[in-house]
Ligand binder design. Structure first.
Ligand SMILES: Nc1ncnc2c1ncn2[C@@H]1O[C@H](COP(=O)(O)OP(=O)(O)OP(=O)(O)O)[C@@H](O)[C@H]1O
Length: 278
């Protein structure tokens, strides 16, 4: 995968700085990390001092009871919280050696390289083809055969190609919920991201579609770093390499999924995974 920077394209000086500073991250094989991250909604402190590193090509699950800040944290990782008026961030979110909130970072590049899929499938009211081609076309790819290739490749990666290859120009809204969610994954993949943020991507789906999404995540991690919020403990145990347990805006425990689920260090983690609260 080609290395891309996330800085403003015309700022050559910043670009050089970003490349130099990204080296330590690459050495540690960390895709991105947060350091002392706080997120506020007005006066409310929703995320408190979270420092986490996300290994490249790993699946990290964020678990914890409702309202503990999982989605807030996830949204901060590609600046989706910018869209919320009273939301404020302190601390750093380091990706490729620069803080994605620094003036040097280009928010469009950040969101291109750190893609996001939401809880409810949200395809555009356009054809299947246009849903996938929209992002790349918007970012300057005009050549039809190149777009065709991106659409096919992205749909294949999202395990949807065989189901839709004969109806690419039909409306995406005619697909089932599970297919729509895989289309949203294809739409994110079409931007050639390095990180995929998934916010409970299977919670609105039936068990068969959920199984397909879980299987797909196993495939996608070969190419991408995946950070997923899930309420489903079994799902976290099945699909993730690492798990962070969130509680009241803090990370109580972070470690390998197997350890977290079989031998947690913290009593609150143990209570949560054994279903005693949440
Ligand atoms: N736009 C907002 N404005 C104000 N407060 C918010 C906003 N979004 C979330 N919050 C608050 O921030 C806290 C964390 O919410 P968040 O949605 O991140 O938790 P969560 O762990 O993802 O919850 P759930 O599992 O129910 O989706 C909650 O107290 C919530 O009420």
């Amino acid at each position: 995968m080609a290395t891309q920077t996330i800085v403003h394209k015309k700022n050559d000086k910043s670009k050089r700085l970003a490349q130099v500073k990204s080296v330590p991250n690459l050495e540690k094989d960390i895709a991105m990390e947060t350091e002392g991250l706080y997120v506020y909604y007005g006066q409310k402190e929703a995320i408190k001092n979270i420092s986490l590193s996300f290994p490249k090509n790993g699946v990290t699950a964020l678990i914890g009871p409702s309202g503990c800040g999982k989605s807030t944290y996830l949204r901060s990782l590609n600046r989706m919280n910018d869209e919320i008026e009273n939301c404020r961030i302190e601390g750093s979110i380091i990706y490729k050696g620069i803080d994605i909130n620094s003036p040097m970072a280009n928010v469009f590049e950040v969101r291109k390289q750190i893609g996001m899929v939401f809880q409810r499938p949200n395809p555009f009211a356009k054809s299947i083809y246009k849903n996938v081609a929209y992002g790349p076309a918007h970012h300057g790819i005009k050549n039809k055969s190149q777009l065709d290739e991106i659409v096919e490749d992205s749909l294949r990666k999202a395990a949807l190609w065989d189901e839709v290859k004969d109806k690419l120009h039909q409306s995406a809204l005619a697909l089932s919920g599970g297919q729509q969610q895989r289309l949203c994954i294809a739409r994110a993949v079409a931007m050639n991201p390095e990180v995929l943020l998934l916010d409970e991507p299977a919670s609105a789906l039936d068990p068969v579609s959920t199984g397909k999404i879980e299987e797909l995540i196993g495939e996608l991690k070969k190419d991408y770093t995946i950070i997923i919020v899930t309420h489903n403990m079994q799902q976290a145990a099945r699909i993730s390499d690492n798990t962070a347990f969130f509680y009241m805006g803090e990370v109580v425990e972070y470690g390998e999924t197997e350890q977290i689920f079989t031998n947690p260090n913290n009593e609150r983690t143990e209570n949560y995974i054994s279903g005693n609260f949440g």
